[in-house]
Ligand binder design. Structure first.
Ligand SMILES: Nc1ncnc2c1ncn2[C@@H]1O[C@H](COP(=O)(O)OP(=O)(O)O)[C@@H](O)[C@H]1O
Ligand SMILES: [Mg+2]
Length: 319
C-alpha cells in the first residue's frame, strides 16, 4: 500500500525582487499511516513553504520547480485543479499557526464545522457528529458552542475547534504548521496534550512543523531537520535527540532551553545566520556557521543514507 504522504525531490522557489529565492530544495520525505513526522529548523528555513506545498496551497509568487507530492500514491501536482481540490477536501487537512485564519468571522462555529464535516458527504454533517467531535477535542459544553462566532473564543479554544474541523474531514494526512506558536504556555501545553491523545485514535499520517523541541519529543516518531531549504538530517526522534550527526542539528539541540546549563545565565544561539536564499553558495549551506568544516565542504555535501529513514547531508559523515 502507498504511504499516505510522500514528497519526492520537491523544489519550490519564490520570485522576489532580488531574483529567485530557493525556499525548498530537493526535499524527499514520506510519512506512513499512524506515524507523526516533525519538521524542525530555524525561522526562514522553508518549513512553512514545504508544509503548504504538501497540500499545494502555496502563496502567490511561489513556483514548484521540480518534484511531486503523492497522496496515497497519486501525484497531486499532476492533477487538474478541480481534482486537486477534491483530493484536498477528502484526503489532506491543514491546521495553521493562527487559528483565526481558518475561520470565516461572520459564520457560526456550527455552520463552519458542518461545511468541513459535509465536504464530501453532506449526510455526515449532523449536529450530533459536530458535538461529539468538539467534545473529543476537549471543548466544554460542546452543544452550546455551535452557535458561537470565532471571535468569541480564546486562541486556545479556536485552535481546538480548528483541529476538530480538520478531523471532521477524516483526512488521511493531517498537516499542522506551528499549531501552538500563537498560544500562551498553558494553552500550548493543553494543545500538545490534545494532539498526543489524538495520536491514538487517528490512523492517518501527521506532519507537525515546530521550532519547539518539546513538541517533537512528546509527539513525533521521526524528525526532518531543515536548513536553508534542505532536509539536512532525518531520523527517529531517538536518533535525532541522542545521536545527531549533522553539525546544524547538534547546534539546534544545544540551543534548547531545556538542555542549557542554567548557571551559564544565557541561551546559546547559533552564531551567524542562514545564507541568502537568492544567492546560495555552491557548497554546504551551513559552511559559514559550521565549527567542524573541512575543505571538502566548499563542494555540495553528499546525502549519506545510513538506514531506511536515516540520512544526513554532510561531508563529515561516513556511510
Ligand atoms: N510569500 C512569499 N514570498 C516571497 N518569499 C517568501 C514567501 N514566503 C516565504 N518566503 C521566503 O521563503 C523562505 C522560507 O520561508 P518559510 O517557508 O516561511 O520558512 P519557515 O516556515 O521555516 O520560517 C524565507 O526566506 C522566506 O522569506
Ligand atoms: Mg513557518
Amino acid at each position: 500500500m502507498s504511504a499516505p504522504l510522500s514528497v519526492e525531490n520537491l523544489s519550490v522557489v519564490y520570485r522576489v525582487a532580488g531574483g529567485i529565492l530557493q525556499a525548498v530544495r530537493d526535499v524527499s520525505l514520506s510519512v506512513q499511516r499512524g506515524e507523526v513526522l516533525g519538521i524542525m529548523g530555524e525561522s526562514g528555513c522553508g518549513k512553512s513553504t514545504l508544509a503548504a506545498a504538501m497540500i499545494n496551497l502555496l502563496p502567490v509568487g511561489a513556483e514548484i520547480r521540480q518534484g511531486g507530492v503523492r497522496i496515497n500514491g497519486t501525484d497531486m501536482l499532476k492533477l487538474p485543479p478541480a481534482a486537486q481540490r477534491a483530493l484536498r477536501g477528502q484526503s489532506v487537512a491543514m491546521v495553521f499557526q493562527d487559528p483565526m485564519t481558518a475561520f470565516n468571522p461572520v459564520l457560526t462555529i456550527g455552520r463552519q464545522l458542518a461545511d468541513f464535516a459535509g465536504a464530501h458527504d453532506p449526510a455526515r454533517a449532523t449536529p450530533d457528529r459536530l458535538v461529539a467531535m468538539l467534545a473529543r477535542v476537549g471543548i466544554p459544553n460542546p452543544a452550546r458552542f455551535l452557535d458561537r462566532y470565532p471571535h468569541e473564543l480564546s486562541g486556545g479554544m479556536r485552535q481546538r475547534v480548528a483541529i476538530a474541523a480538520a478531523l471532521l474531514m477524516q483526512p488521511d494526512v493531517l498537516i499542522a504548521d506551528e499549531p501552538t506558536t500563537a498560544l500562551d504556555v498553558t494553552m500550548e501545553a493543553q494543545i500538545i496534550h490534545l494532539l498526543r491523545d489524538l495520536r491514538t485514535s487517528f490512523d492517518g499520517a501527521i506532519v507537525i512543523v515546530t521550532h519547539h523541541l518539546g513538541v517533537i519529543a512528546e509527539l513525533c516518531d521521526r524528525v526532518a531537520v531543515m536548513y536553508a531549504g534542505e532536509v539536512v538530517e532525518e531520523g527517529t526522534v531517538d536518533a535525532i535527540f541522542h545521536a545527531a550527526l549533522h553539525p546544524y542539528t547538534r547546534a539546534l539541540l544545544a540551543c534548547d532551553p531545556a538542555v542549557v546549563d542554567p548557571s551559564s545565565g544565557r541561551l546559546p544561539t547559533i552564531a551567524g545566520r542562514i545564507p541568502d536564499l537568492t544567492a546560495l553558495p555552491p557548497g554546504c549551506a551551513f559552511l559559514t556557521r559550521c565549527t567542524m568544516a573541512l575543505p571538502a565542504c566548499h563542494n555540495p555535501p553528499p546525502r549519506v543514507l545510513l538506514a531506511e529513514g536515516r540520512s544526513v547531508l554532510c561531508h563529515r559523515v561516513q556511510p
